[in-house]
Design a binder for this molecule. Structure first.
Ligand SMILES: [Ca+2]
Length: 129
């Protein structure tokens, strides 16, 4: 009899934890969120893993001018921890071209890319122009 009561209490505790955890977890445990730049909008997001997962960097700003070949409106040299780690990206704007730069200065224009192919783990700078 006593054993059954104890088990019942344990089951109730386990259930309440299981229900509460997903609702309060904004990002998956063990992953980092870094915000770069200032502004009211998230221009884009770069992720360490494929398919928009893993630790991520959000790039903040406002909007881009219409001259896409001008110097970038926003340029984000990645902190050392994130250099050569980016595996998927999302451009969340309508007005900006999102571009990745590798260590040679080559540029890849991107939209929403769940994988980056030969550019996997190559990005050192993210630009919006
Ligand atoms: Ca990666």
């Amino acid at each position: 009899m006593m054993d059954k009561k104890v088990l019942g209490v344990l089951a109730a505790v386990t259930l309440s934890i299981g229900v509460a955890a997903p609702a309060s977890a904004a990002t998956a445990p063990g992953y980092d969120l870094l915000t770069m730049g200032h502004g009211t909008k998230t221009l884009g997001i770069a992720y360490v893993d494929n398919n928009y997962s893993g630790s991520r960097i959000e790039f903040r700003g406002e909007s881009c001018n219409s001259d896409k070949e001008d110097i970038p409106d926003y340029q984000f040299p990645l902190p050392e921890k994130y250099r050569w780690t980016i595996s998927s990206v999302q451009n969340l704007t309508a007005s900006c071209q999102m571009g990745l730069r590798n260590r040679n200065g080559d540029r890849l224009l991107v939209g929403s890319e769940p994988q980056l192919g030969s550019w996997n783990d190559q990005t050192v700078t993210v630009q919006f122009s």
